[in-house]
Structures are given as C-alpha cells and as structure tokens.
Write a protein that binds this ligand. Structure first.
Ligand code: NDP
Ligand code: MG
Length: 380
C-alpha cells in the first residue's frame, strides 16, 4: 500500500485524483486530507477513503465536521498539529492541490519529505520556487508536475541535452476571451469569465486562465521545475488545448506533446509512476476538426504581465509572493462581484511595483509579508 496525503482534497484536482484512486482500489491508503470549508463533501470522502487525519482551515467547517462523530479519522485542531503529524509520519505520495498561495508550508513539508510530490499548486512555485526545488533536491523528493503543460515539458525534455534546447513553448487556450483586446475584456461578467472553453477546473484557476495570468504563473513554474532561463521560455495561444507544450531544438526542429485536455494523464502518471495503459484514447483523429491545431502569439496588450514575470524571476525575494497575493486578492474580489474583470489587471498594474522588495529568509516571513501586502491592498 502506498500512503497518500492530499492537500485540497475537495477541489477539482483532488476529486479527479480520487476518481483515479477509486479505479485502482487496494493500492493506496490515506494519511491526511486537507481542505477549507466543504465539510459535507469531506464527510463523504472520509467515509469512503478513511484517512487517518483531516484538517480544515475554516474553523466553522471543522466544528460542523466534528458533529458527524466519525471515530476512525482524527480532526486536527490547529495548523501546528497538522504540521506535527506530517513531520512525524511520512506519506509516500503528497498531492498539493490547494487553490491559492495559502498554506504553502504544506508544499514545502512535502518537498522535504523524501517521497513523491504531485505538485498542482503552482502558486507555491511562484512564491518560493527556488526553495521548493532546493528542498526536493536535498531530500531526494521526486516532483511530478500536475499541470498539463509542465507534465508535457517533463516528457519532452526526458533524456534530452539541455544545450540542444533553443526554446520551450507553453500553450494557453486563450480562455473565454480569446481574440478580445484588454479594453474589450474590461467589463466581462463573472459568468462569462467562468465559461472556460476547453478545461473544467476550479474557479480561481478558471479566472486566472481568462486573464492569462495562469500562463504567467506557469512560465515561473517551468523556470524553476526545469531550470530553464526566462529567455528560453515563451507562450503560444492554442485554442484547441490539444498541444500542451512544444520544445524547439538548436537545429530548428520542434517536438510537441499532444493529448486531450484531461488532467488524468499527469494524475495517473503521478500516482502510478508509469503511463496509464488503460487510457489509450484521444479525440484528435475522431473528427476532421480534431486536426485543426492553431498556434498564435501571446497578445501584445498583455505583455505587461510578462514584465512582472521577468521581475519575479530576476529579483526573487518577495516578488512572486507580491504577484500571487495581489492576484489572489483581486480574483477573490472579482468572484465576490466586488470588482470588474478589468480591475484585476488594474490592481496588479497599480500595486505590484509599489510593494517594497524584501528578502524572505524563512517560511514564517512569507505569512508575515503576505499579511503586510493584504493590509496595503485594503488601504488602497
Ligand atoms: P479548486 O478550487 O477546485 O479546489 C481547491 C481546493 O483547495 C479545495 O479542496 C479547497 O477546499 C482547498 N482550499 C482552498 N483554500 C484553502 C485553504 N486556505 N486551506 C485549505 N484548503 C484550501 O481548485 P483546483 O483543484 O482547480 O486547483 C488546485 C490547484 O491546482 C491550483 O493551484 C491550480 O492552479 C492547480 N491546477 C488545477 C488544474 C485543474 O484542472 N483544476 C490544472 C492545473 C493546475 P474547500 O473545497 O473546502 O474550499
Ligand atoms: Mg496548466
């Protein structure tokens, strides 16, 4: 039995991982589940998978869950308790799939574990990519990216000489506002922004896809995961979401990784350690339209986001935290209908450079600096 802990168990990635596990009964057992508020779904999952521990960030959800009186699973009462059980009893596989830059310490604990880290939470690489990769190297933790583009890049670069690589392209569908200018998207509604044409995902990443900020996070993610300099990373808009990444070599030839838009590929590879023979499908050849594969450049009017990416990678310290925290703040406000779609960009443009540069020497510095950034944003 492989022991598994899942952070973000009630989310889109968490649920898809558990669907995969359901179809591989008897191979996995469960140590810790972490979520925030969804105690009802958590109850069903605990009944079914019987983890040793569960932790809710939301205190009310935790109290509601306790009322179910499930004796086989211990409800951890504080973040310190959660950290202590994770430090004292290691899992073989950790799935990091929380949808924001909250609780990043869990990803760092998993990266230091010496086991396997299935890393969906890209925010942790945006905020502390260098530290996470160093921890994983020092402790021989294997990281498998649970992100379609990075899973593809991992496959494309396997057994390749880094010197031969001229450029790595990540693709973006363009989201629901493909071909719209930044002025045209300014007043788009929440319903429109949540209608992703090719992927079904949680709300936060769906909005990040509509703003194209998700792809900017992914450039930072690729930089750290594969040690690729920014000059060798680029984005192409590919509306069909079939090509997930391309690698161009020094001789001008290009390899592409193509599959259906389905997270089952990285998830099953992550859990099994091999490709999943049971999948054996793709819709590419099932209709003439399946072969329509377009690639166009990243929109010029969103290039200011790439300048932020450049600053994050060059200046390190708290820059990724500032990028991620302003975006988390703005997306939450948009989801609560308190700001318009265009204001997500405005909040970034107005505030990113204003937040003072700082070094983050310890994990505790991240939480302190995050609170400072949020205080600053609330005052503006
Ligand atoms: P969802 O919004 O569907 O799920 C988020 C999960 O995180 C839920 O279990 C939620 O708990 C939990 N969570 C949120 N905030 C906290 C918190 N403060 N403390 C504890 N748990 C918390 O997100 P996704 O599954 O879509 O995305 C997860 C991560 O994976 C993101 O980083 C995303 O960028 C990345 N990713 C997702 C893809 C996808 O296809 N969905 C593809 C590639 C990457 P609760 O339900 O209780 O609120
Ligand atoms: Mg992705």
């Amino acid at each position: 039995m492989r022991v598994v802990s899942i952070f973000g168990v009630t989310g889109s990635i968490g649920s898809q991982a558990l669907d995969f596990i359901r179809s591989h009964n008897g191979i996995f057992s469960f140590h810790t589940f972490v979520c925030d508020k969804n105690f009802k779904l958590a109850k069903d999952l605990v009944d079914e998978f019987q983890p040793k521990y569960i932790y809710f960030s939301d205190k009310i959800a935790s109290e509601e869950f306790l009322k179910f009186k499930i004796s086989s699973t211990v409800v951890l009462q504080s973040f310190t308790e959660l950290k202590n059980v994770l430090l004292s009893e290691k899992s073989d596989i950790y799935l990091s799939a929380i949808s924001s830059s909250n609780l990043l310490e869990l990803t760092s604990l998993a990266a230091s574990s010496g086991g396997k880290l299935l890393l969906a939470n890209k925010e942790s690489l945006v905020v502390m990519g260098e530290q996470i990769l160093n921890m994983s190297k020092q402790n021989k933790t294997e990281i498998i990216p649970i992100d379609s583009e990075h899973y593809s890049v991992m496959n494309l670069l396997r057994n390749k000489n880094p010197r031969d690589v001229k450029k790595v392209y990540l693709t973006a569908s363009g989201g629901p506002f493909l071909n719209n200018s930044i002025q045209e998207v300014a007043d788009k509604s929440l319903e429109e922004a949540l209608k992703h044409p090719t992927w079904e995902m949680g709300k936060k990443i769906t909005i990040d896809s509509a703003t194209l900020i998700n792809k900017c996070f992914e450039i930072i993610e690729a930089h750290y995961l594969f040690n690729i300099p920014l000059e060798k990373l680029d984005i192409l808009i590919h509306p069909q979401s079939k090509i997930h990444a391309l690698v161009e070599y020094m001789d001008g030839s290009i390899d592409a990784n193509i599959s259906d838009a389905d997270m089952i590929y990285p998830i099953s590879y992550g859990f099994l350690g091999t490709i999943n023979y049971e999948l054996g499908k793709n819709e590419l050849f099932s209709s003439p339209k399946g072969l329509d594969l377009n690639l166009v450049p990243f929109p010029e009017d969103r290039k200011f986001l790439i300048d932020i990416v450049k600053d994050v990678i060059t200046n390190k310290g708290n820059r990724g935290l500032v990028f991620s925290t302003i975006n988390d703040f703005a997306v939450r406000k948009f989801l609560e209908r308190k700001i318009g779609f265009g204001e997500i960009y405005q909040l970034l443009i107005k505030n990113y450079s204003k937040v003072e540069k700082k070094q983050l020497l310890a994990i505790e510095d991240i939480e302190i600096n995050r609170s400072e950034i949020i205080n600053f944003l609330q005052k503006t």
